[in-house]
Design a protein around this ligand. Structure first.
Ligand code: 6PG
Length: 250
């Protein structure tokens, strides 16, 4: 059985970030109340930057016990943690360094290691954090979408098996000449809540393709459908501008 899907369109990118922060903070409070911890995987790219700033801005007043928050990443570029392309670095600068002490438990992907080794270590870290669940059950996974329909580092060009194997894998993205480590589909689809944050007119076409297109199965982002959890697509007006005519099909 598939979980619930909701699509929310905020009037601007700024307000999408405000809403995303609200969803994040509420998710954290609830998970800590119910299970004493909040396990969340962040993404990289440019879209989450305003979201991280909003979360950081509200962190002190949020009544969240930040040391009960476990931060993971949906994917990471294979570069050292101080490299400009590092997803860890971005989250660290915009969010982590601005949280009140004691801060979250950080489970970063070791992008400085050879990719296969980084993926293996990340899987070990996942198994340690989710020891009794088989496939990890994240409370929340934040995702973005590329204009080619990729999400995390799951790309349309990848082989079918790569989507199903293991908890985390190393991938080489030829068109970006980039080694990455990514969570796999089974892990993402096992989360309690998956939140896509997609902003900007450059994403308007792919958003319609993914949410309402005939051919959507070819886009990894369209294969994200948490089996028991909630799926939220949070868009700004620019990214959602072509959706209005498609509501019937969604
Ligand atoms: C990454 C990501 C990736 C990202 C999309 C969207 O490390 O690049 O996690 O999946 O979310 O590429 O990126 P933008 O937000 O930059 O458009």
């Amino acid at each position: 059985m598939e979980g619930k899907r909701e699509v929310e369109i905020a009037p601007s990118a700024e307000l999408a970030a405000v809403r995303g922060a609200e969803i994040f903070l509420e998710g954290a409070r609830r998970a800590i109340r119910e299970r004493n911890r909040f396990t969340v995987a962040l993404s990289g790219g440019s879209s989450p930057a305003p979201l991280f700033r909003k979360i950081a801005g509200q962190a002190a007043a949020s009544h969240i016990e930040w040391s009960a928050v476990h931060l993971f990443w949906a994917d990471e570029r294979c570069v050292p943690p101080d490299h400009p392309d590092s997803n860890f670095r971005m989250a660290s600068e915009l969010l982590l360094s601005r949280l009140p002490a004691p801060g979250p438990v950080v489970h970063r992907i070791a992008g400085e290691l050879p990719p296969g080794e980084a993926a293996r270590r990340y899987e070990e870290e996942l198994s340690r954090t989710f020891p009794h669940t088989g496939i990890p059950v994240f409370d929340m996974i934040l995702l973005g979408v590329g204009s080619d329909g990729h999400t995390a580092s799951l790309f349309p060009e990848m082989e079918a098996w790569e989507f199903q194997e293991r908890f985390a894998i190393a991938v080489y993205v030829e068109k970006m000449a980039s080694h990455r480590v990514t969570l796999t589909l089974p892990v993402i689809n096992n989360a309690r809540h998956v939140l896509f944050l997609v902003t900007g007119a450059g994403k308007a076409d792919i958003v319609v393709e993914i949410l309402a297109g005939e051919d959507r199965a070819r886009y990894p982002a369209a294969r994200i459908a948490p089996t028991k959890g909630v799926l939220t697509w949070l868009l700004d007006a620019d990214a959602g501008r072509n959706l209005r005519h498609h509501h019937g099909k969604m």
